[in-house]
Design a protein around this ligand. Structure first.
Ligand SMILES: Cc1cc2nc3c(=O)[nH]c(=O)nc-3n(C[C@H](O)[C@H](O)[C@H](O)COP(=O)(O)O)c2cc1C
Ligand code: SF4
Length: 643
């Protein structure tokens, strides 16, 4: 029996029984459909991988019930019977894995990506989506209600086990519920009874069309976390009405576009951040309650259920990062779970930019259909990986798993490269989880790791590799600025400071407003130091996901931090800097330290040693071009596949 006895016990939801209490929550992943929104093999294999990974229940995200409600361009469309055939194929592919498979029905309302949005009232969404929606007429409201029921019937006919109504996250149903979005004065606006009418009529229409025995759950917000938003008191009232109406379960989430507490929170947010909302509802109803929100570890998931805070737990991003999470949790193989690091970059940031969803730590997301049948290599080679950062470690792991003889050498005494020190600033610790995971993988696969070993002639001679993978990373580039090398201030780089190699004084100037400079500012400000940060660009930390950056910007709203943007430096002084910001001249004085946190330059010195070697040289990650982790990891896996 699993150590997680509660998590891995079956659960009855309406007429359906799931083998365990883990649900893969709906995620609008924005890939895997054809031009008409019909499901393709790409989406099918994405779900097959997760079902194979052992999850008890699983939801297709973003099932669009009406053309006006398509949230993102590449989501399954359910508004005509033409969708049924490809959905049937998907259900059949998942069937062997004993995972209860459902569809989440949604209408994006004013949060849909296109420019002909509709909503209860003509009020623009508070964030992300631009433009104002058109107010729905009463006949149109009836049409929308009916479109939910029709879509549900199609999903049932395709063979899905259950349906979830998306009444959360600021989409159409939530817009009706929330006074913030609903200013109607007819029977669909005003009082709680009127605002909840749309949701309840949707539920009834679905029930009529799929029958009372078919499990229909509802995802609701416990709180919108926005002014005049839907709140826990009304969420409880709605929960009671839905229970009476016959809902099979309630799934309690939170937030809308533009909330202070975001629906898809980054690593800065406490794990399990919405559990208290699930518990508040569970205390009042007796149908199963599902909790969600950075429930990242099997320990926390088990505790939620054991302590009676919810009956099941939904995992979103953890199942992007590792589809095998449930199987590994079940067997207690916790070190093998590849952790989601809460960066929000490959997943929600990508889809909101209308790109296909992915995952920074799992380059296979969306590529399952290409990779599934890949075998071990027929042509095993001797590979030396140079550099023990994430890209190097991922390359070594992929190479050994493919059957190549592989060693990894790392010049310093530690594995992890820049990612290890990137985990140092406040709130960034989860970045280190992926480093630890990769280190565990090297140990598990018994890969020979040589620390304090740079690539050298002797090593090359001894190993005589067929392939050398250079994953030697990058380092901060020191810009040429008048006065910089003559200043009396202590001059150092962001990596010197985070690695503990360079102490700083109490009054610090940071040059660079990207992620490195901003987290550096947070790190120093937290120690009570005074920080002025100069950003040449008009925006700060542009390379971060907006969800992650949101929290960092909030943290930096403090008296001891001043951020300047659109800066041009005239001169570095003995104790400060003269520069212009937004066209105005500023002179900073009485500073003691200046930290460089601007561009990064690739490190490829080892390449020179390979000029006379017979080895094929492959350069990956930051050594190729400094970028984000996702590209480094995917390059690592890709180049191994080319061998
Ligand atoms: C790429 C992406 C798309 C999402 N799309 C949906 C969606 O269509 N419907 C929904 O209810 N939630 C959606 N979510 C929210 C997740 O279902 C989940 O509530 C959220 O990610 C928090 O859970 P987690 O911390 O386990 O990821 C999405 C999340 C991500 C990352
Ligand atoms: S991209 Fe980042 S937040 Fe999204 S699933 Fe992957 S690790 Fe998690």
């Amino acid at each position: 029996m699993s150590v997680y006895a509660n998590l891995f016990s079956p659960i009855r939801i309406g007429t359906m029984t799931a083998k365990n209490r883990l649900l893969m929550s709906a995620m609008s992943i924005n890939f895997g459909v054809d031009i008409d929104g019909r499901v393709t093999d790409q989406l099918i294999q994405y779900f097959v991988a997760r079902a194979r990974g052992g999850v008890g229940m699983m939801l297709v995200g973003g099932g669009a019930v009406h053309p006006t409600g398509l949230e993102l361009p590449d989501l399954p469309t359910l508004w005509d019977d033409g969708c049924i055939a490809s959905l049937k194929k998907m259900v059949a592919a998942v069937k062997p894995f004993d995972t209860r498979f459902g569809v989440q029905l949604m209408h994006g309302g004013r949060q849909s990506y296109h420019d002909h949005t509709v909503a209860p009232s003509a009020i623009p969404a508070p964030a992300v989506v631009k433009g104002s929606p058109r107010e729905l007429t009463i006949p149109e409201i009836k049409e929308m209600i009916s479109s939910f029921g029709d879509a549900a019937r199609r999903c049932r006919d395709a063979g899905f086990d259950f349906i979830e109504i998306h009444a959360a996250h600021g989409y159409l149903i939530n817009q009706f519920l929330s006074p913030n979005a609903n200013h109607r004065t007819d029977e669909y606006g005003g009082s709680f009874e009127n605002r909840s009418r749309f949701c309840l009529e949707v539920f009834r229409d679905i029930q009529q069309k799929v029958g009372p025995e078919y499990p229909v759950g509802v995802r609701i917000n416990g709180r919108d976390y926005i002014d005049e938003g839907f709140d826990i008191e009304e969420a409880i009232r709605l929960a009671l009405l839905l229970e009476t109406g016959g809902a099979a379960y309630l799934h309690v989430s939170a937030g809308v576009y533009g909330s202070t507490e975001l629906t898809i929170p980054s690593m800065y947010t406490e794990q399990g951040c919405f559990i208290h909302l699930a518990k508040a509802i569970k205390d009042k109803v007796s149908i199963p309650i599902i909790a969600v929100g950075r429930i990242k570890t099997p320990d926390l998931a088990e505790r939620v259920i054991r302590e009676g805070k919810a009956d099941a737990v939904a995992l979103g991003r953890s199942l992007l990062a590792d589809p095998e999470f449930p199987n590994k949790a079940g067997t207690g193989d916790l070190d093998r779970i590849r952790p989601c690091i809460g960066c929000c970059l490959g997943c929600i940031h990508a889809v909101l930019a209308l790109e296909p969803g992915g995952c920074v730590v799992n380059p296979k997301v969306g590529r399952e259909y290409l990779l599934n049948n890949r075998d071990r290599t027929l042509n095993p080679q001797k590979i030396v990986v140079v550099g023990g950062g994430p890209a190097g470690m991922a390359a070594a792991r992929a190479a050994v798993e493919a059957g190549h003889r592989t060693i990894l050498c790392e010049e310093s005494g530690k594995l992890g490269g820049l990612m290890r020190i990137a985990a140092t600033p406040p709130g960034r610790g989860e970045v280190g989880d992926i480093v630890n995971h990769l280190i565990n993988e090297l140990e598990r696969l018994k890969i020979k790791v040589m620390l304090n070993t740079a690539l050298n002639e002797r090593l090359l001679g001894d190993e005589d590799p067929d392939v050398v993978v250079l994953a030697t990373g990058s380092q901060p580039e020191v810009p040429i600025i008048k006065g910089l090398f003559k200043t009396a201030m202590h001059l150092c780089t962001v990596t010197d400071v985070l690695d503990g190699r360079s102490p700083t004084g109490g009054r610090i100037i940071i040059l660079g407003g990207g992620q490195a400079g901003m987290v550096m500012a947070d790190y120093l400000a937290e120690q009570g130091k005074t920080v002025a940060l100069l950003n040449r660009r008009p925006h700060f930390a542009e390379e971060m996901s907006s969800n992650d950056r949101f929290y960092l910007r909030e943290r930096l709203k403090r008296d001891n931090v001043t951020l300047y943007k659109k800066t041009t430096i005239a001169q570095v002084l003995d104790d400060g800097v003269r520069f212009s910001s937004n066209g105005e001249t500023v002179v900073l004085e009485n500073y003691d330290t200046i930290i460089i946190a601007e561009t990064m330059a690739p490190v490829r010195d080892a390449k020179n040693l390979l000029k006379n070697s017979r080895a094929r040289v492959m350069i990956i990650g930051d050594a190729k071009q400094p970028r984000n982790l996702m590209l480094g990891l995917s390059e690592a896996e890709e180049i191994i596949q080319t061998l």
